[in-house]
Design a protein around this ligand. Structure first.
Ligand code: ATP
Length: 365
């Protein structure tokens, strides 16, 4: 699986090798993989040097709607390679800060820096150079009167010089990357909620591949799993993770999203798709840290608010996957190379299984 930092392989008896991998929190500039798509196309040293790989920085951001002071001095940084979750009680300004980051709302006071460059007001063409920022809305926000191909290729049809045929190919490739095939001609009303979210994801990552420089891309997701059943949520959560540069997309290609921030109320999204958390409360970031530190935080505000947000209480589970292969006289075969019965299980547990051993039995036929 993705973002694996530690991996153990232990022999669990004659003939079978069980490898257990753990996916702990990670995510800073130092975790960027050499040789990823991104590092080929982008001069990392330009960003990581003095700026320490900071892609987006909000500094003392304030935003009011009428007499409602929603953001009251929000400051944080999102670095290259990070998977950040933004959580907090309802109405505390999470969607508002995403829109400020995306350049759709201008702060009343405070500053937003994109790759170290101060953004003036709303997003403009000159702001775009240096970092592509995509915002995936909670509602998916597809155009109802356009089919999937037109929705996904919308920006390219409008703004690029690519031929319709080439845009069609890019749409098909991008849809495949989010695990959708053969839906190009469907209308949004013919898609399930989870499919709509994936189409919205495809629309936010489609790229004009004829451009000389392909910039790093940050995606901002506003409650990407809201309204989905647990299985559809899992698909979207894993997709978000897989499009990150540290992983591979649904087509097995390296992910292309440099960093992402996700606003969520869902425990499973935090567990599966987030490494670092920003906790927004009453218009300010009151706590930030790695995901697993959140539930053990002694910060009184975190403890107080957690009483009212039971979904965040309790242990944030560790995630393990076990893949089983067979040791044959001619070598070890993992599940991918064997068409025989072989399986892979994933589960979450609060136990530390780093030193586990596995017992099994076999039957001959
Ligand atoms: N364009 C707007 N005009 C007026 N008020 C707004 C606007 N956008 C947001 N608000 C108000 O700002 C507050 C924060 O809204 P926001 O959507 O950012 O909260 P949130 O933390 O994302 O909430 P939730 O978790 O319920 O989605 C809310 O009271 C909302 O009504």
């Amino acid at each position: 699986r993705l973002g694996v930092l530690s991996s153990r392989t232990c022999r669990a008896g004659a003939g079978v090798v069980v490898s257990a991998t753990r996916s702990p929190g990670l995510g800073n500039a130092g975790n960027l993989r050499e040789g990823s798509n991104l590092s080929k196309n982008w001069d990392l040293s330009r960003q990581i040097g003095d700026e320490h790989g900071v892609l987006i920085e909000c500094r003392d951001v304030h935003k009011s709607f009428g007499d409602k002071h929603v953001l009251q001095g929000v400051s944080f940084k999102i670095r290259h390679g990070e998977a950040v979750g933004i959580i907090g009680p309802s109405g505390t300004g999470k969607s508002t800060i995403l829109k400020v980051m995306a350049g759709l709302l201008a702060p009343d006071k405070g500053e937003v820096f994109i790759c170290g460059k101060k953004r003036q007001g709303l997003v403009s063409d000159e702001d775009i150079s240096g970092l592509r920022i995509g915002l995936v809305f909670q509602s998916a926000a597809l155009f109802d009167s356009l089919n999937v191909r037109e929705n996904v290729g919308f920006l390219l049809y409008e703004n690029s010089k690519l031929s319709e045929e080439r845009i069609g190919e890019l749409v098909t490739e991008t849809l495949a990357a989010v695990g959708l095939k053969g839906v190009e001609e469907r209308m949004p009303s013919e898609l399930s909620g989870g499919m709509k979210k994936r189409v919205a994801l495809a629309r936010s990552i489609i790229n004009d591949d004829t451009k000389e420089t392909i910039e790093p891309e940050a995606l901002l997701y506003d409650e990407p799993t809201a309204g989905l059943d647990p299985i559809a949520s899992t698909v979207v959560e894993d997709l978000i993770r897989s499009m990150h540069v540290t992983g591979k997309d649904a087509m097995g290609k390296p992910g292309k999203i440099a960093s992402y921030a996700v606003v969520t109320h869902q425990h499973s999204t935090i567990r599966r798709a987030v490494d670092r958390l920003l906790f927004l409360h009453e218009g300010k970031i009151v706590w930030e840290g790695m995901t697993e530190e959140f539930t053990t935080s002694t910060n009184p505000i975190v403890q107080q608010v957690m009483q009212f947000m039971p979904q965040f209480a309790g242990t944030l589970f560790r995630r393990y996957s076990f893949s089983v292969g067979f040791v044959l006289p001619c070598g070890y075969f993992d599940i991918c190379s064997l068409p025989l019965a072989a399986w892979m299980v994933q589960f979450d547990t609060s136990e530390d299984l780093s030193n586990c051993s596995v017992e099994y039995s076999t039957h001959s036929y």
